[in-house]
Design a protein around this ligand. Structure first.
Ligand SMILES: NC(=O)C1=CN([C@@H]2O[C@H](COP(=O)(O)OP(=O)(O)OC[C@H]3O[C@@H](n4cnc5c(N)ncnc54)[C@H](OP(=O)(O)O)[C@@H]3O)[C@@H](O)[C@H]2O)C=CC1
Ligand SMILES: CC(=O)N[C@@H](CCC(=O)OP(=O)(O)O)C(=O)O
Length: 343
């Protein structure tokens, strides 16, 4: 059994990890941390875990976490980097759900995250945990940087077009919408029901911190810097991301449906829907699937990709479990055979 630790077990991605890992056939939950709830039984805070998780929250001490084979950090940005060097030295593998190790350039990371990186020497070793791109490197990684939620939906949608050189990589547009759980469990006025309910708005239009992450991944795929306009929006719902992606064709499109189907034919967690489909966020709710459709409206020179994920699953905890499975030589789908909740 793989001994697993979770730092930040009370947050939304932490409890989602618990939901998935409690039923994982190869996992023994060994340490679940919370500073605010230390000592409380996990199932007392989250009754859905009664009968499945029988340990209590502990303080996030390196000593406790060192007994694990792998530790997930489900903490705010800038926390994992403070403990990761010690854990790696103790032989523990790490999957960070936050952004500490996602951006290869430490100065660029500091510009967007507002703090100095405390272990920039580990950035070159960290593997960006998008299995559809980095599967082989993830298998051997000690440190995996789990992608952001928007970056997962946006990169998976654009990648087949970029790799085929079909669209102008300077003028990409990603119009993305997220449910409120994307903002985490902490109290914030903007995600109160009376603020976000029955309303819809963009935010971060001048520059969101996922922009450099998405550009980094698409630049690697294109082999040259890409230009991207990325505008996130807050939807009055709890889970889900819908990304509408626009690219301008620079070559005859050919059979776009066949291109996407071939690109993801062997991917267990990307579902290319039949031509003419409109993927719904509810079809991926609770599951690890990225569901997408590609369309060339009126046969014009714009390609549109519609890409949906559950921000807490393929956008965070599910993808992290997928990465763990790869790191430990397990079936990539272990613990993740969940069908989205409809309706
Ligand atoms: N929500 C989402 O859809 C997604 C989130 N992410 C990323 O995953 C990470 C976690 O997100 P989310 O679960 O939403 O966040 P939450 O705010 O819901 O939870 C944060 C957790 O971290 C713990 N924590 C906070 N500060 C510290 C600290 N200094 N040391 C140790 N533990 C700490 C908290 O518990 P306590 O204070 O009791 O210790 C809590 O359990 C973030 O980096 C987020 O950006 C990534 C993709 C999607
Ligand atoms: C709706 C909402 O607020 N979403 C969050 C998504 C951030 C996230 O979860 O990603 P990181 O791990 O990169 O911080 C936001 O835009 O900040």
């Amino acid at each position: 059994m793989i001994k697993v630790g979770i730092v930040g077990g009370t947050g939304y991605t932490g409890v989602e990890l618990l939901r998935l890992l409690a039923l994982h056939p190869e996992v023994e939950l060994t340490a679940i941390t919370s500073r605010s709830e230390a000592g409380l039984a996990v199932s007392a805070l989250y009754p859905n875990l009664r009968g499945h998780v029988d340990i209590a929250f502990t303080e996030p001490s390196t000593q406790v976490l060192s007994a694990c084979d792998v530790v997930f950090f489900a903490t705010p940005n800038g926390i994992a980097m403070q403990q990761v060097p010690e854990l790696l030295a103790a032989g523990v593998r790490v999957i960070d759900l936050a952004a500490d190790f996602r951006i290869q350039d430490a100065q660029e990371w500091s510009r967007w995250y507002g703090v100095t990186h405390s272990c920039p020497e580990l950035l070159a070793e960290a593997v960006y945990g998008l299995p559809e791109v980095n599967r082989e490197a993830i298998k051997n990684a000690r440190l995996v940087a789990n992608p952001g939620c928007y970056p997962t939906a946006v990169q998976l949608g654009f990648l087949p077009l970029i790799k085929a050189g079909l669209i102008d990589a300077d003028t990409l547009i990603a119009d993305a919408k997220s449910g409120a759980s994307g903002a985490g469990r902490k109290a914030e006025i903007g995600t109160l029901m009376a603020e976000a309910g029955e309303s819809f708005k963009a935010y971060g239009s001048g520059g969101h911190r996922h922009l450099p992450e998405i550009k980094q991944g698409l630049t690697d795929a294109a082999g040259a810097p890409v230009g991207l306009t990325f505008v996130p929006h807050l939807l009055p719902m709890i889970r889900g991301i819908h990304a509408t992606l626009y690219g301008r064709l620079i070559k005859p499109a050919g059979d776009l449906q066949a291109l996407f189907e071939a690109a993801y034919a062997n991917e267990p967690f990307v579902d290319v829907m039949p031509a003419g489909s409109h993927p719904e966020t509810r079809s991926v709710r609770g599951g690890n699937m990225c569901r997408m459709a590609v369309v060339q409206p009126q046969g014009g020179d714009t390609v549109v990709v519609l890409s949906v994920i559950d921000n807490l699953v393929k956008g965070a905890a599910g993808q992290a479990v997928q990465n763990m499975n790869l790191m430990f030589g397990l079936d990539e789908r272990a613990g993740l055979s969940i069908i989205g909740l409809l309706p």
